[in-house]
Design a protein around this ligand. Structure first.
Ligand code: HPA
Length: 271
């Protein structure tokens, strides 16, 4: 893995005139709009980056963008990789290893998710304060490379508290309603059965989705601080579980995206 990280990093540096980002951004389904706020300097399609997988999902564009956002040098993944596409946990999170090698100190992630918390509404913005890994796998399985991070990383404050509070402050200043809660990550690609939503709520998750956890585990392993934000695109609330389609998920995510973009942009500015 070290050789792959080094090879990919060198390749990117050679194509970006040694651009060194301090913030990494991963944009979820229908949430690529933040890119419009970035003063773009370089765009690399995933297919031109050695060792990068290619995103196969509608709503995920598949480009790595380098530029400036809120006065900071950032790199943004417009489109991410999922376990259900057939990639391994290591492949999904490989871009985060490359981010670290390029100099990233903070990772901002967004996603679309289903909500189990009965207080949530469709379109709700939730700042992630913790996660539950239900992929039944882990990107750190296998030989640990000590230069990348510890064998047994602590996960006590995976989503940095100061970012959670800062995001809530920014939301308040801008009259945006946000909640805070726990994201359960599982493989998909099925949406959940009513019994699964009920179980997820009972074990302490507020929302559920098919991403984020692998990338965040690798960020934490690498010593990168994490900020995460979810948009609730459908509800799996006991007694009123709705039918979910990918089209509806993208539609709601697109509608709510400007609010998420504002919070993320302002947060990047202030960190
Ligand atoms: N479940 C899992 N992933 C999702 C959902 C959901 O209800 N909505 C958007 N992504």
């Amino acid at each position: 893995m070290l050789e792959q990280i080094e090879f990919t990093t060198k390749n990117i540096l050679s194509k970006t005139n040694n651009f060194s980002p301090i913030v990494g951004i991963i944009l979820g389904t229908g949430l690529g709009g933040l890119v419009k706020e970035i003063t773009v300097e370089y765009t690399l399609p995933y297919e031109d980056i050695p060792n990068f997988p290619i995103s196969t999902v509608e709503g995920h564009k598949g480009k790595l963008i380098f530029g400036e956002l809120g006065g900071k040098k950032v790199m943004a993944m417009q489109g991410r990789f999922h376990f259900y596409e057939g990639y391994t946990m290591q492949e999904i999170s490989f871009p985060v290893r490359v981010m670290k090698a390029l100099g990233v100190k903070t990772l901002c992630v967004s996603n679309a998710c289903g909500g189990m918390n009965p207080n949530f509404e469709v379109g709700e913005l939730m700042i992630i304060n913790d996660h539950i890994n239900l992929f039944l796998s882990n990107p750190l399985i296998g030989k640990n490379e000590p230069s990348l991070g510890p064998r047994f990383p602590d996960m006590g404050e995976t989503y940095k508290k100061t970012y959670v509070n800062l995001a809530k402050e920014i939301a308040k200043e801008n009259n945006i309603k946000v909640s805070e809660g726990v994201y359960a990550g599982l493989t998909g690609p099925c949406f959940e059965t009513p019994a699964e939503y009920r179980w997820l709520w009972r074990i302490g998750a507020d929302v559920v989705g098919m991403s984020t956890v692998p990338e965040v585990i690798v960020a934490k392993h690498s010593g990168i601080d994490v900020f995460g934000i979810s948009i609730v695109t459908d509800l799996g609330v006991e007694g009123s579980v709705q039918t979910v389609t990918h089209e509806e998920v993208m539609h709601i995510a697109n509608l709510q995206e400007p609010k998420m973009t504002l919070i993320m942009k302002e947060l990047v500015k202030r960190i």
